[in-house]
Design a protein around this ligand. Sequence first.
Ligand code: ASP
Ligand code: MG
Length: 405
Amino acid sequence: MSRNKLIVQKYGGSSIGNIGRIKKVAQRVYSYWKRGAKLVVVVSAMGDTTDKLIHLAEKINPCPSERELDMLLSTGEQISSALLAMALHKKGIPAVSFTGPQVGIITDKFHTQAKILKIEAERIKSALKEGKVVVVAGFQGQTTEREIATLGRGGSDLSAVALAGALKANLCEIYTDVEGIYTADPRIVKKAKKLSCISFDEMLELASRGAQVMQTRAVEVAKKYNIKLVVRSSFSNKEGTIIMRERPLIEEPVVRGITLTEKEAKITICKVPDKPGMAAKIFEELSSKNINIDMIVQNVSHQRITDISFTIEKSQAPKALEATKKVVKNIGAGSVLYDEDVAKVSIVGIGMKAHSGVAYKMFKALARAKINIEMISTSEISISCVVRKKQGKLAVKALHKAFNL
Ligand code: ASP
Ligand code: MG
């Protein structure tokens, strides 16, 4: 069945967390290889190696140079790729490991958050032609100035999807420690169900709103190149969740999944003069520092003064606060408030497009659970609410029940 098919597989940190697990992965790769598949295997760093490396760096300098951070972080994936290649050799499989730069993954110059500009895949292609299984260190590439750059946390997914696109692979399999995409995090909602398939758009919303199974940018790229994608567990042989372009909309449940994220923080700028150009100035400064803004709320203005709140990733808080304080001075606004004790719950589903009353149902369910909503944002197929952090899990449970998932 897989004869001559080109398959890109990606194994996450937990799937290769120790030597035993690396051997298990080698066994799975072997079973595909034996059936004649051509394989490119992208690996993350073992277990929580990346976190540990970041911790090491911060012990030396709380604000390490991003170039050096990339030098350090990229080593995690280099270790796991070499070890997997050795495990494959042990099974008699011709395999070769490469770093991102070695296989021509060219990125922009934004260290720790680099975007892939192009992939010069000749080296992989010729290794595949020689009959080798190609193991690639995920999460990394090389800038046009020949510096090593990493692709943002969870970036091995992006490496895999981008390689699948560049190589025109038949399939891209993302192996992780859960069996697929669920209606909610099974650790929070015991009755959460695995979805057999889901659309790119839904997956994109779920990923960007806290479902930790796949990196958001990777889903974006998969959608753009219409890559056949499966998320499944490396610990079982169960079929995972297929992610594809469109699903039939007939009898569609309105909400497909619920997510929670505690990774964001809220910044409020008080007493912003309510006149043209203020928001532009604030967000210009933030974007020039490459800070991603998620939700934005501007209050009704009283006496031509207003408050603006927005959410950002906590990891970007120091940079964001610095930028915000600078702008506040320039535009003559009041104080800056920082709040980490927030959580964001979201409901996601394509069915929302065709139904009314979804927001009402969400707000009612939260009200019944005595949860106060602090910010709201909507897209065509999702609604998100910021609530107090300690009520986040309760909110997920209440919504899972209310929408009958
Ligand atoms: N090891 C990197 C991280 O933890 C990349 C990845 O796992 O995809 O973010
Ligand atoms: Mg990881």
